[in-house]
Design a protein around this ligand. Structure first.
Ligand code: CU
Length: 102
């Protein structure tokens, strides 16, 4: 049986060492879960509103802010600069979370 050569692009994707990760934060019962996540520079954090009927948002101290998220809505932010990124929910100020980028 003749052996087929793999396309170069497939080999590159199999051996690539640069792999940005995606980390999920659920929003449920008026909490971010987990409230604190640690990621590496280049990673993306995805917030998903898992409530049945409550809308939330994600508002960072640095000014970045999601749209109002209805149930099942998602918001994603990619972090390229190391640091601490605290955030809260504007309609529910007691809801707080933090992303630590290493
Ligand atoms: Cu909220």
């Amino acid at each position: 049986m003749r052996k087929l050569a793999l396309p170069a692009i497939l080999i590159a994707s199999m051996t690539g060492t640069v792999s940005a990760a995606e980390v999920e934060v659920l929003i449920d019962k008026n909490r971010y879960e987990p409230a604190s996540v640690a990621v590496k520079a280049g990673d993306t954090v995805v917030w998903r509103n898992a409530e049945k009927r409550t809308s939330h948002d994600v508002a960072f101290d640095d000014g970045e802010r999601s749209e109002r998220m209805m149930p099942e809505d998602q918001y994603r932010r990619t972090f390229t600069t190391p640091g601490r990124y605290p955030y809260h929910c504007v309609p529910h100020p007691h809801m707080k979370g933090e992303v630590v980028v290493e």
